[in-house]
Design a protein around this ligand. Structure first.
Ligand code: HEC
Length: 406
């Protein structure tokens, strides 16, 4: 038992690795087929003289020529094997959910909960997390089944406002990184549920009616088309959120919810441009608009920092001693980032980052700045209680040229 519990951190790390690997691979397969069929539909040559054929496409790939036909209706004779595309979606969602449990629920104290944002305990955090995951699907599904869906502008605006609300509220409940991932998980749940509850049932209905010589349910077909279009737009924001952990200047920003909204909007706009282009509508203005949104974010996140650095710190002419810096790092970071961490349950320094001696600090100044000064990501959930004053001291010390001889 003792051995088991001392192995558990390593076990969880390995489980994390395997599940994440799997999640990314099936996710690529899901998005890849979805992009492929979208592209295929837009590229079909529809000037075909055959009665039952809606369009045709020729392509060359991996050592062969492919000739693909899209039929106008069901095939006269059903093939022995008909390929469906559903397990990619289901397994992406399932593995994503397992990752959420491994990474966030099991490390809730350090990664999910941030007591400077909201004071909650592990169980409350998990219940809130599940509530948002499933709640967002119920609300979205309700909107899709309402009359709102008939007016695409009103429907899109309502969904967009709800998405802003979710970004805002989640960043005011969870730690910033967890909040971003939860927005992604809500969107991913909507996408997978669209496949499970609407798109696949409609395809089943199509196949069953063809086999029984009946007309397929038209409404089911329309719903499936809508949902698959929604999934298409959601893809880009979701993929950004999945990689957002690499960009602390986004989720670690004071207005992280607004940054997420604007990046997602740019992603959806770019998707919109390509969707229109596939219909041979060329709205070039969309690309510069999306690009300007990203550039304005760049200025929004960088300018105040430049201003702040120059005005506030120059005024402060106190000389920060290296000893003070070492002490701050030792007490606020060193409990985890040490060869032998004293933080409970931590077997080794996270990501191998160690601040045991002067050299460790000097070699890692830019990373320290990125994680603890330009953003407030470290310490996670400010678990060691670093103060604003201490962060300012570190900033000032770097500003003064990171001197070690004072
Ligand atoms: C409670 C333990 C803990 C404390 C305290 C802590 N960290 Fe971390 N740190 C972590 C964990 C866990 C990770 C790995 C996060 C991940 O998986 O992305 C990490 C990652 C990092 C990284 C690498 C980030 C990356 O993605 O490259 C840096 C740099 C870092 N911490 C700096 C600091 C600094 C500076 C402090 C003190 C101000 C600090 N940490 C305090 C637990 C801690």
């Amino acid at each position: 038992m003792n051995l088991l519990s001392s192995l558990s951190p390593f076990f969880l790390d390995w489980l994390d690795l395997i599940v994440r690997w799997f999640h990314i691979i099936v996710g690529i397969a899901w998005i890849g087929t979805s992009f492929y069929f979208n592209w295929l539909d837009s590229k079909l040559d529809r000037n075909i003289d055959e009665e039952n054929i809606e369009g045709e496409l020729w392509s060359v790939h991996s050592g062969g020529f492919y000739n693909i036909n899209k039929l106008k209706g069901p095939p006269k004779e059903f093939p022995k094997e008909l390929h469906w595309f559903k397990w990619e979606a289901y397994s992406t969602w399932l593995s994503g959910f397992i990752l959420l449990v491994i990474v966030y629920y099991l490390n809730s104290e350090s990664l999910l909960i941030d007591r400077s944002v909201l004071i909650i305990n592990t169980w409350q955090a998990i219940i809130i997390s599940l509530f948002f995951l499933f709640g967002s699907w119920f609300v979205y599904n309700f909107l899709c089944n309402s009359k709102l869906i008939n007016n695409s502008i009103v429907f899109t605006s309502t969904c967009f406002i709800l998405a802003i609300f979710i970004c805002f509220i989640l960043t005011h409940i969870f730690g910033s990184r967890a909040a971003y991932i939860h927005v992604g998980a809500c969107l991913g749940t909507i996408m997978a549920a669209n496949v499970f509850r609407v798109i696949i049932p409609s395809q089943k209905n199509m196949v069953d009616s063809a086999l029984n010589n009946q007309k397929p349910n038209l409404q089911m077909g329309i719903n499936a088309k809508n949902r698959s279009m929604h999934n298409n737009y959601i893809t880009l924001p979701v993929v950004f959120i999945m990689i957002s952990a690499h960009y602390p200047f986004t989720y670690g920003h004071e207005y992280n919810w607004l940054i997420l909204v604007i990046i997602s909007l740019s992603g959806a706009l770019i998707r919109h441009y390509f969707n229109l282009r596939n219909k041979r509508k060329y709205k070039f203005w969309i690309l510069p608009v999306a690009f300007s949104l990203m550039i304005s974010l760049f200025f929004f996140t960088s300018l105040p920092k430049l201003y702040f650095n120059n005005i506030n710190y120059i005024k402060n002419n106190e000389d920060v001693k290296f000893n003070e810096v070492k002490n701050i790092i030792k007490y606020r970071c060193g409990v985890c980032h040490a060869k032998n961490p004293t933080f409970e349950g931590l077997p080794s320094a996270p990501l191998g980052i160690i601040y045991d001696n002067e050299n460790d600090i000097l070699m890692n100044i830019s990373k320290i700045k990125e994680q603890a000064l330009d953003s407030d990501i470290m310490p996670p959930g400010n678990i060691t209680g670093i103060t604003k004053h201490e962060r300012n001291k570190l900033r000032l010390w770097i500003k003064q040229g990171s001197k070690t001889n004072n």
